[in-house]
Design a protein around this ligand. Structure first.
Ligand code: TPP
Length: 376
C-alpha cells in the first residue's frame, strides 16, 4: 500500500499526493540507516508527532509562565520529545513490581504526555498549585512523581536516580515476570558516582538486574561542553567492562528511537539483565530559565519529523499548523485554569515526607514531626 491518506482525530486532512510524490513514499517511515528493515506505519507516526507537539506546547507555555510571573524557575524537555514520546508509548504502564518502574529526569515531559498525563498536570507544577498531582505545588516543574504509573519522584539533585534504580530492579528480578526498571539521566550526570554504582549493582555475578540505563546526551552540563570532560567516545562504552550491551541512537528521530528502545526493552525483559542506551538529543531552550531559556539553533526534532510527514503526504502544512495551534490553545487554557487553582497551605509543607508503614513503629504514618518515644 503506498502513500495512504486519511484523517486521525485532530490531524486534519492529509495532503493529496501527486503521482511522482506517491512513487517515492511508502506506507511506513523507516528508521535512518535501517535500510527499511525498521519502519513505522502512518498511525503510529501521527500519534508520535501529536504527542511531541503537545509536549512542546506545554513546555513553551511553562517557559512563558516563568517570564510572566505565573511561575518561577523553569526546566524541562524541549529537544527530547522524539525519544521521550517513543519511550512513553513502549512502557509497560501500571503500579507495582509487575509493571515497569521509571526513575526519570527533569526533561521527561514528553514521556509523561505519551503515557497519558493531561497537559494541565504538568502546568500545575509550574503554577505551584495544591492540585499539582506530582508534588502538590512544592517542587520545580518537570519533577514528576506518579505512584499509579511507578514514576518515582524526580530529583533536582542529579543522578541519584541511578543508585535508586537497582532497588526496584531487585524486587522485579526476585518476583519474575517481564517488568523492568528504566532509569534516565543526562550525560554530564553520568560523571557522578551514582552512575558507577548502577553499573556495579546491575551486574553483580548471579544478581544481574533488568535495568535499562538511558543517557540523554545533549552535549552540555549547564555551560560545560561534554567533550571537555569525558574521555570515553560514547557514554555507553562505560558499560562494556560490565558486560552491558548498548546502543547510541539518534534521539532526534522518533522512528530510530522507537526501535532502539524496543530492542533495549526486549533484551531487559527477556534476559533480566542491564542494557544501556545513549540518545543524542538537542537542548532547545538552554539549561533552564536561569540562563533565560533562549531558543537555541540545535536541530528541532519536531520540524525534522514534519518534513518526513509532508513527504509521505500524511499531513499537509495546514494540518501541521492547525495541530500546533490546537496544542497551544490547550496549553493556554490549562495555564489559565491552573493559575486560578488553590495554592499549597503552610501546613502542607511537610505532608507526604515519608510513606506510611505497617511495620515501622517509630514512623508508622506520614511522618511530619518529631517521633514520639516508643515504650515497649
Ligand atoms: C549532585 C548535583 N550536582 C550538581 C548539580 C547542579 N546541576 C544541575 S543540572 C546540572 C547539569 C546536568 O547536565 P546533564 O546531566 O548532562 O543533564 P542536562 O541538564 O543537560 O539534561 C548540574 C551540574 C545538581 N543539581 N546535583
Amino acid at each position: 500500500m503506498r502513500g495512504k491518506s486519511g484523517t486521525l482525530p485532530g490531524n486534519g486532512q492529509a495532503r493529496p499526493m501527486t503521482k511522482s510524490a506517491s512513487a517515492q513514499v511508502d506506507s511506513h517511515i523507516p528508521a535512518p540507516g535501517s535500510l527499511g528493515t525498521e519502519s513505522l506505519p502512518r498511525d503510529r507516526c501521527l500519534e508520535l508527532h501529536r504527542i511531541m507537539v503537545r509536549a512542546r506546547a506545554m513546555e513553551e507555555r511553562m517557559i512563558k509562565m516563568s517570564k510572566s510571573g505565573e511561575g518561577y524557575f523553569w526546566i524541562g524537555g524541549p529537544g527530547e520529545e522524539a525519544f521521550n514520546a517513543a519511550l512513553g508509548l513502549l512502557i509497560k504502564k501500571g503500579e507495582g513490581p509487575d509493571f515497569d518502574f521509571l526513575h526519570l529526569h527533569y526533561r521527561n515531559s514528553a514521556t509523561m504526555v505519551a503515557m497519558g498525563m493531561p497537559m494541565i498536570d504538568g502546568i500545575r507544577q509550574m503554577a505551584m498549585t495544591a492540585t499539582d498531582p506530582h508534588s502538590f505545588g512544592r517542587n520545580f516543574p518537570g519533577h514528576f512523581a506518579f505512584k499509579k504509573w511507578n514514576v518515582t519522584p524526580i530529583s533536582s539533585v542529579i543522578e541519584n536516580q541511578f543508585v535508586i534504580a537497582p532497588g526496584t530492579a531487585i524486587v522485579q528480578k526476585r518476583r519474575g515476570g517481564d517488568a523492568v526498571t528504566i532509569v534516565v539521566g543526562g550525560e554530564s550526570g553520568s560523571a557522578e558516582g551514582d552512575f558507577a554504582s548502577c553499573l556495579i549493582w546491575s551486574t553483580r555475578p548471579g544478581n544481574e538486574l533488568p535495568v535499562l540505563m538511558i543517557v540523554m546526551n545533549n552535549g552540555w552540563g549547564i555551560s560545560t561542553p561534554h567533550g571537555s570532560q569525558h574521555g570515553a567516545k560514547n557514554v555507553i562504552d562505560r558499560g562494556k567492562p560490565f558486560g552491558i550491551p548498548g546502543e547510541v541512537v539518534e534521539g532526534n528521530d522518533p522512528v530510530a528511537s522507537w526501535f532502539a528502545i524496543k530492542r533495549a526493552l526486549e533484551y531487559c525483559r527477556k534476559e533480566r539483565r542491564a542494557y544501556m542506551l545513549e540518545a543524542k538529543v538537542s537542548r532547545l531552550y538552554g539549561h533552564s530559565s536561569s540562563s533565560g531559556a533562549p531558543r537555541s539553533s540545535d536541530p528541532d526534532c519536531i520540524a525534522m519529523f514534519e518534513e518526513k510527514l509532508l513527504v509521505q503526504g500524511w499531513l499537509s502544512q495546514e494540518a501541521i499548523e492547525r495541530l500546533h495551534a490546537e496544542a497551544k490553545a490547550e496549553a493556554d487554557a490549562a495555564a489559565a485554569q491552573a493559575v486560578q487553582e488553590e495554592k499549597p497551605h503552610k501546613e502542607h509543607v511537610e505532608r507526604f515526607t515519608y510513606a506510611p508503614s505497617s511495620v515501622d513503629k517509630v514512623y508508622p504514618g506520614d511522618y511530619t514531626g518529631v517521633p514520639q518515644r516508643i515504650d515497649d
